[in-house]
Design a protein. Structure first.
Length: 83
């Protein structure tokens, strides 16, 4: 049976003045996630520029926290498998 996975979602609002800097951090954050066998995605709202949602998915909470500098800034969700 495969191990359960966990997912964390964080919504961020970034000002127009800070948007370019925020976007500039994403590649490094994605690579940091890959280094610990996690996945990291960021989506921007179609109608609200600067409104982002980040998804971090990994094997466990410790790995997710590693991607976020040792913190868990949002609740975790556990993958559900069929019984």
């Amino acid at each position: 049976m495969p191990a359960a996975r966990v997912l964390m979602m964080v919504e961020r609002r970034v000002s127009a003045a800070d948007r370019a800097e925020f976007l500039g951090t994403l590649a490094a954050r994605r690579h940091a996630a890959q280094d610990v066998h996690a996945h990291f995605w960021v989506f921007e709202h179609l109608d609200e520029p600067g409104r982002f949602v980040e998804f971090t998915e990994a094997a466990d909470a410790t790995v997710v926290a590693t991607v976020h500098d040792g913190a868990l800034p949002a609740p975790l969700w556990r993958a559900v498998t069929e019984a």
